[in-house]
Design a protein around this ligand. Structure first.
Ligand code: FCB
Length: 459
């Protein structure tokens, strides 16, 4: 509950910020030479996105970035995590770099720095150039190589003013939702393709990490969405087996190659049910496992599973027949996601134990609620979001107290925005966006967060 618990204060060096992603906020989908991305194609495919919404206009951030940065400065953000649209920089994925696309990020970075806000760049937040998908997308090894070339081009332009680089955002979603069950772009539903995508995404990360470092980058990382998977019944062996399987598909398949030198044997066996593994070539795991400086963690909700004969499993996790995904228990957000701050503490502690030595940052955490402005249009009383954030900041603090090397926290999201297959129906912002007028109204949570940053803590 808001303000009902003891005050907590974070370490002096703790970094506070907010996050967004290119396709979700920029709009200007055809401007200054931007090419089509898989999300442009997908959102135009009937039935894929809520009410046929697209990112064509989104929050019009491309034109309003100055006002948006001013708002960030007013809130006192130390850092702003945004993503770069690959199709602006290299519209056909393989050909010449488009300088006008890079100009936008150049202006944005200058604007941020001019306000004392440190940029954190994500190179890939799901908007693959469509021409690369036409060549097989992430099922094609070449995409990983093109990604590294693109990373190098962005670094050449922005590397003198951007210190922190993250390669990918949530490769779990790109692979399993994009290629496994087709809920996200490019909308393919093929488990074998999903596992090929996992590997090429990781390889793309590794090659981009090498390219960025060779060019002089000091801080390079990746953002993943690991989950502390728990058994429905802590005493059941069947549930423990289900946890191990889902943990493998959600967490270890990404984190072990990144931080422990290679894929776990049980996960490789699981992949072989759906695809050969010849695409995992000798030397790839070494590239993927090169050191990173920061591991970004996106945390929203916990997962509980049970082992049950005949349970259908989840199409978001290929090969999980016999696993029951326990329906989320209230309280829930507007996404239907279970609210459980202690899940964040458990996850951070587990990561600190299982993958020691790499600094962590919460690169996304937040909640959708059906916010409405008051009659005057100037106030949005989003107390549920304040409660959510308050609880999760306390949970993050508990992990720090337990010894986890957590360096910062970025709220998802600065603005209400295009929530992928759910279009504009879900509002995650601490700032309300009226999509008809593009007016921004800081919600009560934005004012509350401003105070959190000022105090360096909650309560
Ligand atoms: C994450 C995505 C982000 C946003 C939030 C709600 O999985 O990285 O773009 O959609 O979920």
């Amino acid at each position: 509950m808001t303000n009902s618990a003891e005050p907590v204060r974070f370490p002096d060096s703790f970094i506070w910020g907010a996050a967004t992603a290119s396709y979700q906020i920029e709009g200007a989908a055809r401007e200054d030479g931007r090419g089509p991305s898989i999300w442009d194609t997908f959102s135009r495919t009937p039935g894929k996105v809520h009410h046929g919404h697209t990112g064509d206009v989104a929050c019009d951030h491309y034109h309003r970035y100055r006002d948006d940065v001013a708002l960030m400065a007013e809130l006192g953000l130390h850092t702003y995590r945004f993503s770069i649209a690959w199709p602006r920089v290299r519209p056909d994925g393989t050909g010449p770099v488009n300088p006008y696309g890079l100009d936008f990020y150049d202006r944005l970075v200058d604007e941020l720095r001019g306000h004392g806000i440190e940029p954190i760049v994500t190179l890939y937040h799901w908007d693959l150039p469509q021409p690369l998908e036409d060549r097989g997308g992430w099922t094609n090894r070449e995409t990983a190589e093109f990604f590294a070339e693109y990373a190098r081009a962005v670094y050449t332009r922005l590397g003198d003013r951007v210190n922190t680089w993250t390669t990918l955002n949530e490769p779990w979603c790109s692979a399993y939702l994009g290629y496994g069950n087709g809920v996200h772009a490019p909308g393919r539903a093929d488990a074998g393709a999903a596992f090929q995508a996992v590997h090429h995404l990781l390889l793309g990360h590794g090659l981009a990490n090498q390219a960025l470092r060779a060019a002089g980058a000091s801080t390079v990382g990746i953002t993943v969405n690991p989950v502390a998977v728990s058994p429905a019944d802590p005493h059941s062996d069947a549930d423990a087996r289900a946890v191990h399987l889902v943990d493998g598909l959600q967490n270890r398949i990404f984190l072990d190659p990144l931080l422990r030198g290679g894929y776990p044997a049980d996960v490789l066996d699981h992949m072989r049910r759906f695809t050969g593994v010849e695409h995992i070539r000798d030397g790839d795991e070494k590239i993927i496992g090169e050191p990173i400086d920061l591991l970004g963690i996106n945390y929203y909700s916990p997962t509980y599973v049970a082992g049950r004969d005949g349970a259908p499993g989840s199409d978001a996790y290929p090969g999980t027949e016999g696993v029951e995904f326990v329906p989320p228990a209230p309280p829930l957000t507007d996404m239907g996601w279970q609210i459980q701050p202690s899940g964040m503490t458990a996850l951070l502690e587990k990561l600190g134990r299982d993958y020691p030595g790499v600094p962590l940052m919460i690169t996304e955490n937040g909640a959708a609620f059906p916010d409405q402005p008051d009659a005057g249009g100037d106030q949005v009383a989003d107390t549920s979001r304040i409660d959510y954030l308050d609880g999760h900041l306390r949970a993050a603090h508990a992990a720090i107290t337990a010894g986890v090397d957590l360096r910062g926290y970025l709220v998802w999201s600065l603005l209400d925005n295009f929530e992928w297959a759910l279009g504009y129906a879900k509002r995650f912002g601490i700032v309300y966006v009226d999509y008809l007028t593009q007016r921004r109204v800081p919600k009560a949570s934005a004012r509350w967060y401003q105070e959190v940053i000022r105090r360096n803590g909650v309560g």
